[in-house]
Design a protein around this ligand. Sequence first.
Ligand SMILES: *[C@@H]1O[C@H](CO)[C@@H](O)[C@H](O)[C@H]1NC(C)=O
Length: 205
Amino acid sequence: MRGGEVVWVAEVGFLLPRGALLLLGICGALSLDIKTSPEVRGYVGEEVVLKCSFKSSFPITESLTIDWTYRPITGGHMETVFHYQSVAYTASVGRFKDRISWVGNAAKGDASIAIQSPSVSDNGTFICSVKNPPDVYHNIPQTVLIVTERGFSFQLTSVTLLSIVVFIPSTVVVVLMLVRMGRKSGVIKEKKKPGCKKSSVEESE
Ligand SMILES: *[C@@H]1O[C@H](CO)[C@@H](O)[C@H](O)[C@H]1NC(C)=O
């Protein structure tokens, strides 16, 4: 155990400034560090990956467990959708029945999962929880999953495209017309001026 601690402190020492290291030394209980994305966007029917990575101060053993829990955005109770201990156990009941797959690598500190064919009703909060006894205390990072129809954003872009396709040519046409009108009136003025002069000359004569 001591050896593991020393190795870990040396590793962390590379990454953190001394103040943070001191703080870690004081609250040494929080020795498992878990990281997830705060928000993940998914599209209906397209596999979405929920990333989770962890760092433990102890070597990873067979007793390492990973649990993913889910709570709908509308509220309601939490459900476990994935469990890992040596092998992956995906949800065989509930909302995510047969829709979760293990894409992580416990030995490399990767606890990511993927959700197949998400729907808009899957909006909610996921929590990635890792225990590597005796390293069991950790932060609880949450990932909010937002699933939208890709069709919506596609419509938006096609509206934008259409307006560009219509707007730019019509602007060009208007500018060209203005330039033409400007030239014509200029030409008329130029023609009129000598004409006027002549007539004025003629009149005076
Ligand atoms: C999920 O979130 C998206 C984006 O906010 C929203 O468009 C969609 O209606 C939500 N679905 C449900 C069931 O609330």
